[in-house]
Design a binder for this molecule. Sequence first.
Ligand SMILES: *[C@@H]1O[C@H](CO)[C@@H](O)[C@H](O)[C@H]1NC(C)=O
Length: 216
Amino acid sequence: MAHGFVTMNLLLCMAAFWHMSIATNNCHIDDATRVDCYYTIICEQYAGSAPNPSCSHDPYVTFIIKNSNLEYLTAGFFGATNFDSRVRKIQAEDSTWAQIEESSIRYFTKTEVVDFSNNRIQHVKNYAFKNLLSLKNLNLSRNYIETLPSASLMAAENRISSLKVVDLSYNRITTITTNAFKYLSNLIELYLNYNNIIYIEDNDFGSLNSLAHSKI
Ligand SMILES: *[C@@H]1O[C@H](CO)[C@@H](O)[C@H](O)[C@H]1NC(C)=O
């Protein structure tokens, strides 16, 4: 009996230590794929700082956040870190985020690609991607998105969007009445296939002058 108790205590201690070590050292560089300053940073569960190798030329960091188990991705989740300005691509894997709130990834100002496909996102709030003034490729495919508020894909107020490719395929969008695409004047590809779209308001695609490919 006493022995069992001690073992139990030891296990709890080990569990607490394990948890601590995850919380403080949860980001690493994937050395297997690193070529000079073209590399991938992987953070498990929480965001944090990572090793920052010196670079002789413009870095291209792919930042992967794995297993984030929050329901709401808020502006507080990704704080400022030592590698923000190196990130060109952000990818979320196996997150439980149901909602992406305003300015959620605001520090990664040079990001060109956001891949949040294959998660469980239901709501993308206005200015969710605020400050990402170089964002060209946004992939929200294979989520549970039902509606898109009119400024949900905008990176800034009163500024022409830099988005060229938006993938919203395999979601649950039923109506498009919100002008969400109206101001994406640089958009070239738009994927809306595999939704349940039953209504599209006339003026919604009003200024998509560049659109070359769309799948609806
Ligand atoms: C979006 O991501 C899915 C994988 O989750 C991929 O199959 C698809 O090609 C991507 N879309 C674009 C436009 O790159």
